[in-house]
Design a protein around this ligand. Structure first.
Ligand code: HH2
Length: 277
């Protein structure tokens, strides 16, 4: 799928089961929780992105900073150094690329290099981030995290009602971004970002309340810790079946995009899903 096709499919008929989009993950980092170091170098990252597209990804999400709980922040210049060449090469190969960053300067550089979606795990809190998406006319993902700080987010799980709090945050941040000229906002409950195991489950069980806002919903549970806690599967790379169960539950409740490391397995599952929905 090229960037224009990706954009068009975001606004396509949400009721069509085949409208579920698959976002593959390329972490250009030494320390990501499940694949840190594996795609840290340009050639490996680009080859992995192309492999994900061959396996059925509609868009490839390129990130240069791990946001796992407790991760060290990365200076924007270093993040740019990691991601921009990968974005440029994948875009040149005709791939729709998303930039996974909390930093407006990184988003700016990546969009200039060809990214067609800004994926901001800090929820478009920063006016400069919203301005980048508006100025370049690219859609943006607003993901919920309780504080813009992966180092301490797990200390902020004291919600009144986690679903109501997350939906309220995303409603307000999406409205603000749209009013400032961001062309389209995708909302994401932020599974694993400042949430307990039970809160992650509740967000997925009640995903329809987020879908009801009317924005496309992205779900990113791939290989995450709560799946390991509940299944006993310790190695993140082995959590494929648990991930698929979570993502299909989300799709059933209206998720339009799933973010996944294991693209081939997701494509297979979504294909069967589309025949049954
Ligand atoms: N999760 C991660 C990173 N980016 N973006 C969105 N929109 N939703 C998510 O759930 C999400 C995300 C964490 O996963 P990963 O990139 O594999 O790990 P790390 O942050 O350690 O690089």
């Amino acid at each position: 799928m090229n960037p224009d096709q990706f954009r068009a499919s975001l606004t396509a008929d949400a009721a069509a089961p085949h409208a579920v989009l698959l976002m593959g993950v390329v972490n250009v980092t030494p320390d990501s929780f499940s694949d840190g170091g594996r795609y840290y170098h340009l050639d490996a990252a680009v080859a992995h992105g192309l492999r994900l597209v061959a396996e059925g990804a509609d868009i490839v999400d390129v990130g240069g900073e791990s946001t796992r709980p407790g991760a060290e922040p990365v200076p924007a210049e270093e993040e740019i150094r990691r991601v921009v060449p990968v974005v440029r090469d994948l875009r040149s190969a005709g791939v729709a690329v998303s930039i996974d960053t909390r930093h407006a300067a990184v988003a700016e550089a990546a969009v200039a290099a060809g990214a067609c979606l800004v994926n901001d795990v800090s929820g478009l809190r920063d006016p400069a981030m919203r301005a980048v998406a508006a100025r370049h006319d690219v859609p943006a993902v607003a993901m919920h995290m309780p504080v813009d700080d992966p180092a301490t987010m797990q200390q902020h799980t004291d919600y009144v009602d986690v679903v109501a709090d997350v939906v309220g945050f995303l409603r307000d941040h999406a409205a603000m971004a749209l009013s400032e000229g961001v062309p389209l906002v995708i909302v994401d409950p932020g599974i694993g970002f400042g949430k307990t195991v039970e809160q992650n489950l509740e967000l997925i069980r009640r995903l329809d309340e987020l879908v009801a806002l009317g924005h496309p919903v992205l779900l990113g549970a791939s290989r995450k810790r709560f799946i390991g806690v509940l299944t006993g599967v310790e190695e993140p790379e082995q959590r494929v079946a648990g991930t698929l169960a979570v993502h299909l539950a989300g799709v059933q409740r209206g998720a339009r995009i799933v973010r996944a490391h294991d693209v081939a397995a997701h494509r297979e599952a979504l294909t069967m899903w589309s025949h049954l929905a």
